[in-house]
Design a protein around this ligand. Sequence first.
Ligand code: ATP
Ligand code: MG
Length: 595
Amino acid sequence: MASVISPPSSLRIYFRLLSYVRPYVGTFAVSILGFMIFASSQPMLAGVMKYFVDGLGGATEGLQLGVPFLDGIDLVKAVPVMIVLIAIWQGVGSYLGNYFMSKVSLGLVHDLRLALFDSMLRLPNHYFDRHNSGHLISRITFNVTMVTAAATDAIKIVIREGLSVVFLFGYLIWMNWKLTLVMVAVLPVISVLVSRASRKFRKQAKKIQRAMGDVTHVVSETIQGYRVVRSFGGEDYESRRFREASENNTRKQLRMGKTNATYTPMLQVVIYSAMSVVLFLVLLLRGDASAGDLVAYITAAAMLPKPIRQLSEVSSKIQRGVAGAESIFEQLDEPSEADSGTVARERVEGRIEVRGLSFRYPGTEREVLHELSFDVQPGQMVALVGRSGSGKSTLASLFTRFYDHDCGELCIDGVDVRDYTLRNLRRHVALVSQQVTLFNDTVANNIAYGDLADAPREAIEAAVEAAAAKEFIDRLPNGLDTEIGENGVMLSGGQRQRLAIARALLKNAPILILDEATSALDTESERLIQAAIERLMVGRTTIVIAHRLSTIEKADQILVMENGRIVERGTHAELSVRGGPYARLQAVGGEEYGN
Ligand code: ATP
Ligand code: MG
C-alpha cells in the first residue's frame, strides 16, 4: 500500500526494474508462497489467545478440526502445542520466503551488473569524456545493490507485511466489524504521511548516490595518480578533497536518516492513538463477545502496527532503488557507438583519401580539424607534425572512428569509414596511441590481446623481435609469461611503448598509425624500432605522428598541422629548404614538433 503513492515516472522505472525479475518467476513464486505462509501465521497467533483465555475462564470446548487424532482434545491444553506448530509453520514460510528472495535478488544484481558492464563496452568515446570513472564504477558496485533492495526487499516487505495486514484485518473484521471500521478511518492519515515522506526520500537518495560517486572518484584518481600526488605534495589537497566528499556523503546519509527517524515515530504515534481509541471502543462496543474474543481481538490489533510501519518504510527503500535504477537505465538507454555501416572487407589495400574533413568534439564549439584534404597511397608513409594541440591525435582517432567526423570524407579504399562496420574497420587499422594501455596480465597476453588472443607463440615472438622488445623481455623473470602489474607498472615507459608497438605489429593490419609511439625511447631503441618499422612499412600504409623519429625524413609526405589545418605539405627535402612552418619547427628543435 505504501508504494502506490509515487509519481508515474518512478512507477515506470519500477516496473522496468521488475521486468528484470522475469527470468526468476519460478523462484519468485516460491518466495511469495513462503511469505504468504508467514503472513497467515499472524492471525493464528491472535486466534490461539482466544482459546487460552476462554479456557482459563472455564469454558471447555473440544477441538473440532476434523483431524481424527486431534479432535476432542481439550483446547486449553492444546494451546501450547498449537503455538509451537504455528511457530514451525511461520518458520517454514520465513525460510522459503527469505531464501528464495535472496536468490532472486542476487541474480538480479548479477544481471544488472552484466548489463551495465556490457553497455560500457559499447558506449561511444565521448560518453567517457563526459562521465568520470568514479561515477561509472560506483554505478556498477553501489547503485546495483541499492536497486535490488528496491526490487526484492521491498517486494518482500510488501508481500509479507502487506499480507500480514490483510490477514489480520480480515480476522478483525470477522471478529468485530464495527470496531474495525474505526481502524479504517485512521488509514488515510497514515498514507498521507507516507506519501510525503516518500517524495523527500527520493530526492535525498539521488544526492547520496552522487556523493558516493564523488567518493569513489577521488579515491580512484588518487590511486591512479599517486606518484603525482606524492611528488607534488598533493597529499593535503587530496586528503581535504576526500574528506569533503566523504563528509558530504555522511551529511546526506544523515539527513536521510533524520527523515526516516522523524516519520517513523510520527507514524507510531498515529497508530497507537488509533489503538487507544480501539481499546476505548472495545469497552463500549463489547456486545456479547467473550473475554477470549476481546483478548484475541486486541492481540490482533496490536500486531498490526509493526507490519504497517514496515510498509511505510518500504517506500523509502523503493524510492532509493528507483533513484538508483534511474541512473542505471539512463546508461543502458544511452545509444551505443553508431554502427550503421555495412561494408566488411577481408583486407583493404590501405588507400586513404581525406576530403574536406572537419571535426569538432561532441558538445564543444571549437573546430579541432578544419577542412583537411590529403591522399595516401597504399604502402606509403605520411608523417604528421605540428605543435601540441594542433589536432594530430584527433585526426588519428577518426580513422578508428572513436569519434565521427562532422563533414567531409575520410575514405579507406574508396569507402568512407562510416560505411564500414565498426568491427571490420578496426580490424584494418592498428593504432598505437599516445597513452599506452596495458592490462594486469602477462607480457604475452598483453601483446596478443582481444582478437589476437589466439595468435601462435611464434607470431608473438616475431612481433616482439620487430618491436625491439626482445632484449628486455628476455631479461624479465619469466620472459613472455611475466606478469606486468596494473597497467604495466613494472615496466619502464619505453618498454611499455615497445609492448604497444608489438601489439600493433602482431595485428598485422594494412594501416598502421603510430601516435608518438617512439617518444620515450633512447636513440638506440629508436633506431632498432625504426629499422623494424621500415621493414614493416612495406605493403602497409603508415601514419606516423612523431618528432624525433628520423623516419619522418623518409616519409613520402609530411603534413604540417597548425590549429587543425594543414599549413604545409611535401617531402622533407622540399620542406626544409622552403623556409616555412616546417623549417621553423625544425629550427626550434625536436620538442616543438610534436609534444
Ligand atoms: P599533442 O602533440 O600534444 O599530442 P595533438 O596535436 O595530438 O597534440 P589533439 O590531442 O589532437 O592534439 O588535440 C587537439 C585539440 O582538441 C586540443 O586543443 C584539445 O584541447 C582538443 N581535445 C582533445 N581531446 C578532446 C576531447 N576529448 N574533448 C574535447 N576536446 C578535445
Ligand atoms: Mg597527440
